[in-house]
Design a protein around this ligand. Structure first.
Ligand SMILES: Nc1ncnc2c1ncn2[C@@H]1O[C@H](COP(=O)(O)OP(=O)(O)O)[C@@H](O)[C@H]1O
Ligand SMILES: [Mg+2]
Length: 356
């Protein structure tokens, strides 16, 4: 019953892809109870396709355990994939060592959510930034290191730079540290930034400032950016394209405006209903099960149907037995696609009103 459409990203955009994931998958082997044979498989990511282009942002949205960080770690080459491949400037990236790996790490920078964990507590900011400049910095830039350090801190809006360079991480606030962590990624002159929930550990009052900074950098430095978040409202603000992940699968993707204004997958609808927006009226997230538990990776024993079927208020028999085909939400050119039987003409007629 396949429609012949797949979840591949839109092609034909002006910018060439910088970093791509093609059919990317990761299955972890974890130890399980001795009675179950001792080992268990966790399918964290399955068949993920995404394309990052200079100056634009793709958001990966989903609740905890849906596989977002695993995608980031696969793209950063911190983990080897068990299926599919990563391509940088169109060329497949295989397990790299030595200089090749160093060049890759410089070009594809990962920013983590916890700035306290990502900076070394025993070294000053000056030491940590200088080290990255030496290892990965732009070799064609012959200015004195001090000048580059001041420029980096100015770029992340820490003024005056001298006040921060000789400090240790524990002497700075969370927001200042995340700015330093951003400066450290920029010191490597990257072409790709992978942002794994970059503001989720910061005070709500300073999140917007950091997001604005990152949005400005993407424009000025023409970075290809992956923005990982569980907050679809911030993805709409920040990204050009949204990919919604559930249990390791991309279940809906498309231009941010279209996915958030016309969500087709019941899980995307749930995410939107769960996003804090006092002005919105309508269904309460709790009506369809609420967000929180249940987004974890599928185990090997999971059924073959839609990963969301057991939580879905509109589930039909086919949803429990067969992985949904991918279908277009609007016209093909719009690039808004969903993996849901409700959107497939052959099965949509079977849909009933939500079960509670
Ligand atoms: N190193 C690992 N070993 C075993 N399972 C893992 C490992 N890393 C992640 N997982 C599992 O993979 C799934 C996805 O995790 P993760 O990518 O961290 O999700 P997210 O970032 O969306 O919260 C989870 O079920 C998690 O427990
Ligand atoms: Mg994560």
């Amino acid at each position: 019953m396949s429609t012949g459409i797949d979840m591949a990203p839109l092609t034909g955009t002006a910018e060439e892809p910088v970093l791509e994931a093609v059919g990317l998958g990761k299955t972890f082997q974890v130890s399980g109870p001795p009675t179950a044979g001792g080992r268990r498989k966790v399918v964290a990511v399955e068949g993920v396709d995404l394309t990052l282009r200079a100056g634009s942002t793709v958001a990966l949205v989903g609740e905890s355990g849906s596989g977002k960080s695993t995608v980031a770690r696969l793209l950063a080459q911190l983990l080897p994939p068990t299926a599919g491949e990563v391509r940088l400037h169109g060329k497949p990236v295989h397990a790299r060592t030595g200089r090749q790996r160093r060049r890759y790490v410089g070009e594809v920078q990962l920013l983590l959510q916890d700035p306290f964990a990502s900076l070394n507590p025993i070294h000053t900011i000056r030491y940590q930034l200088t080290r990255v400049l030496r290892l990965h910095g732009n070799r064609a830039d012959h200015r004195p290191t001090e000048e580059k350090l001041v420029e980096l801190l100015t770029t992340v809006q820490l003024h005056p730079a001298g006040q921060f360079l000789d400090k240790y991480p524990h002497q700075l606030s969370g927001g200042q540290l995340q700015r330093i962590a951003i400066a450290r990624t920029l010191a490597a002159s990257p072409s790709v930034l992978l942002l794994d929930e970059p503001v989720s550990m910061l005070d709500v009052s300073i999140r917007l400032g950091i997001l604005n900074l990152l949005a400005g950098l993407k424009e000025q430095q023409q970075l290809g950016t992956l923005y990982i978040t569980h907050d679809i409202a911030s993805a709409r603000y920040f990204a050009d394209e949204i990919l919604v992940m559930y249990r390791g699968h991309v279940v809906e993707r498309g231009p941010s405006e279209s996915v958030t204004q016309h969500p087709a997958h019941p899980y995307t609808q749930l995410l939107i209903d769960s996003a804090p927006d006092p002005a919105r009226r309508g269904r309460d997230a709790n009506e369809i099960g609420g967000i929180g538990q249940g987004g974890g990776a599928a185990s090997a024993a999971a059924p073959t149907g839609c990963p969301f079927a057991r939580r879905c208020p509109y589930a039909m028999p086919v949803c429990l037995s067969q992985m949904p085909a991918v279908s277009e939400v609007g016209t093909e050119a719009e690039g808004h696609r969903v993996r849901c039987w409700l959107n497939t003409p052959e099965t949509a007629g079977e849909a009933r009103s939500p079960r509670h």
